[in-house]
Write a protein that binds this ligand. Structure first.
Ligand code: BGC
Length: 249
C-alpha cells in the first residue's frame, strides 16, 4: 500500500509516495524550499506544489516542526512563523489540497515511529529516544515501543540556553563550529537528557545522521547506546505516511 508522506522542515518541504510495506520511498522525493517567513499560507502553497508534482490525489500524511495536538492544532512554532500558533493545520492543508484527507503529526515523532518500525529502533524495548538535529532539535520518546508524543526535549535549558540554539546542526553552521566542537555540545546535551530519562538507546536523526562517522566518535561518557538513524533524512516522510495509514484505520 502507498500513502503520500510529506515532511515540513525549517529549510525544506519534501515528500514522496511511501511504500508502507517496505517502509521506504516508492519514488524519488521532491523538495521545495520553505518560504521565509514560513507562514501558514506560504507553507500550504509549498505543500501543494510537492503533492501536485506527483499528481497525487489520495491521502496525505504531513509532519510539522512544532507541537501538534488533537492531530491538527499547532501549539508551538519555534522555527516557523508565529502565526501558526492555534492554526487548524488539518483543515488548512486539506482545503489547499482540494479536499484530500490529511493527517498532521510532529516531525520528530513521525521520524521516531518510522525508525522504531523499520530502522534503528526495530524490536527495541525499554526507553528509546530519537533526537533529530537540524534547524532545531526534535525528540521522540518511546517506552516499550509506545510513543509519548510532543516531548519537545530540544527546548530543555542547557547552561542557561535553549538547547537547540546551542546544539542543533543550524547552530553548527551559523557559528561555523568544527565537528569536534559541535559534538562536545551534543555530548553535554545527551548527558542532560540521559540524566532525566536513562534511556537504553539514543537514535541520532536529521540531516547529520548521514554524517555520523564525522562526530559520533567524539561523544564520550554516555551510558546509553548511540546509533545513527537508518532511514536518515527520509524518516519524517515515511513516518508521516505511517501516521496517515494508522489514522485511516
Ligand atoms: C520544535 C519541535 C520540532 C523540532 C525539530 C523544535 O524547535 O519545537 O517541535 O520537532 O524543532 O523540527
Amino acid at each position: 500500500m502507498q500513502i503520500f508522506g510529506l515532511d515540513i522542515g525549517g529549510s525544506g518541504i519534501k515528500g514522496a509516495p511511501v511504500d508502507l510495506d517496505r517502509g521506504d520511498l516508492a519514488q524519488e522525493r521532491f523538495k521545495v524550499l520553505t518560504p521565509h517567513p514560513a507562514t501558514p499560507d506560504g507553507v500550504a502553497d509549498g505543500v501543494k506544489q510537492v503533492v501536485e508534482h506527483y499528481g497525487w490525489t489520495g491521502p496525505v500524511g504531513l509532519t510539522f516542526p512544532g507541537v501538534v495536538t488533537d492531530g491538527s492544532t499547532i501549539r508551538t512554532a519555534a522555527n516557523v512563523d508565529k502565526s501558526w500558533i492555534d492554526t487548524d493545520a488539518r483543515a488548512l492543508f486539506s482545503e489547499r489540497l482540494g479536499g484530500h484527507p490529511v493527517t498532521v503529526v510532529n516531525d520528530a515523532d513521525a521520524a521516531g515511529v518510522a525508525e522504531m518500525h523499520f530502522g534503528a529502533g526495530r524490536d527495541r524495548r525499554g526507553t528509546v529516544i530519537l533526537l533529530t538535529f537540524g534547524t532545531g532539535i526534535g525528540s521522540a520518546l518511546f517506552i516499550n515501543g509506545a510513543l509519548v508524543p510532543n516531548t519537545e526535549l530540544g527546548h530543555l535549558e542547557l547552561h542557561g540556553h535553549d538547547a537547540e540554539k546551542r546544539a542543533s546542526s543550524k547552530a553548527k553552521e551559523d557559528e561555523e563550529l568544527t565537528w569536534e566542537h559541535w559534538a562536545h555540545r551534543v555530548q553535554k546535551y545527551l548527558a542532560h537528557v540521559e540524566m532525566l530519562f536513562s534511556p537504553e538507546l539514543f537514535i541520532i536523526g536529521g540531516g547529520v545522521s548521514r554524517k555520523s562517522h564525522k562526530f559520533l566518535h567524539y561523544i564520550e561518557g554516555i551510558q546509553a547506546e548511540i546509533v545513527p538513524a537508518q532511514l536518515q533524512n527520509n524518516a519524517g516522510i515515511v513516518g508521516a505516511a505511517m501516521h496517515a495509514a494508522e489514522q485511516a484505520g
